[in-house]
Design a binder for this molecule. Structure first.
Ligand SMILES: Cc1cc2nc3c(=O)[nH]c(=O)nc-3n(C[C@H](O)[C@H](O)[C@H](O)COP(=O)(O)OP(=O)(O)OC[C@H]3O[C@@H](n4cnc5c(N)ncnc54)[C@H](O)[C@@H]3O)c2cc1C
Length: 252
């Protein structure tokens, strides 16, 4: 198993180790406040938040490779090619002999996912909060708590005139504008086809239209943006958005 060890924010004692290292021996006899196994979305989100405190040391252990310079991963126009790259995937065997796929690299499944930026139904978050003990966590897991957190994480770019003409729209209250996760509509949106699909869903199947499904009403038909930067080509995965570059740099 290949082992990548990004270290976020090290104390002076371990400062020589800041960054991504490939030799596990380099962390022998080092002490970290937190060790996180898995450098994917969850791992880097937690590591990024913990390392906001410069007095804290965090070690992230990742089994996959460092694909930050790999265009098949970072350039969304090359997305179909990720399926031909066995080195980027976990293929877990299920009990019925099938394969379950997951991203195996620094960035985890965010390195190979479809980049679609969606949110769930309000009631689902509230039900989850109930399951976790109601408001005992200060309401953090309710829709209201999660909505605030999702907006804090987001840096949304509104659709331009061309994207609007093709159907994209948004509600300014549903988005954040200064978080680390870049969210926008793709420059190469389909035109009439997407509108036609939308209209069939709305008319033939009576699915309600939404100008912006990001506000807690997910059982609708509407246009959703991508997790992508403002140039609309460079994919944003959790390595950029959580400071997971493995260096001491914080997200913008
Ligand atoms: C093909 C595909 C398409 C998707 N499309 C979308 C989409 O369009 N929109 C969307 O919102 N979501 C999408 N997702 C889902 C989204 O990417 C995941 O929900 C999210 O990445 C899960 O985060 P995670 O931290 O749980 O796991 P991951 O991001 O997968 O991270 C887990 C990390 O742990 C590492 N790891 C595992 N075992 C070990 C070990 N023993 N030692 C060290 N490291 C280990 C893995 O290599 C990986 O890097 C998609 C997922 C896939 C697979």
């Amino acid at each position: 198993m290949r082992l990548l060890i990004p270290i976020l924010f090290s104390l002076p004692l371990a400062s020589a180790l800041s960054g991504v290292i490939r030799d596990a021996n380099a962390v022998n006899n080092q002490v970290f406040d937190y060790v996180i196994v898995g450098g994917g979305l969850g791992g880097f989100a937690v590591a990024g938040r913990l390392s906001e405190d410069p007095g804290v040391t965090v070690l992230v252990i990742e089994a996959g490779g460092d694909t930050r310079q790999d265009p098949v991963v970072s350039d969304s126009t090359q997305y179909p090619n990720v399926y031909g790259r066995d080195d980027l995937w976990w293929k877990w065997r299920t009990t019925d002999g099938k394969e379950m796929m997951g991203g195996k690299m620094l960035g985890g499944s965010t390195g190979i996912n479809g980049m679609t930026y969606t949110r769930g139904q309000k009631e689902q978050y509230d039900a989850l909060a109930q399951l976790l003990g109601g408001d005992s966590n200060g309401g953090r897991w309710t829709w209201d708590g999660m909505f605030a957190a999702m907006k804090k994480a987001e840096s949304f770019s509104p659709p331009n005139d061309e994207q609007r003409a093709k159907g994209a729209n948004y509600n300014p209250d549903y988005h954040g504008y200064s978080g680390p996760v870049q969210v926008t509509f793709p420059s190469k949106m389909y035109g009439q086809q997407m509108k036609a699909f939308h209209d069939v869903c709305a008319t033939n199947f009576s699915i309600p239209h939404s100008d912006d499904p990001a506000g807690g009403s997910a059982a609708v038909v509407g246009f959703v943006p991508n997790v992508s930067d403002h140039q609309l080509v460079q994919k944003t995965d959790c390595r950029q958005s959580t400071g997971g570059s493995g260096t001491a740099a914080r997200p913008p």
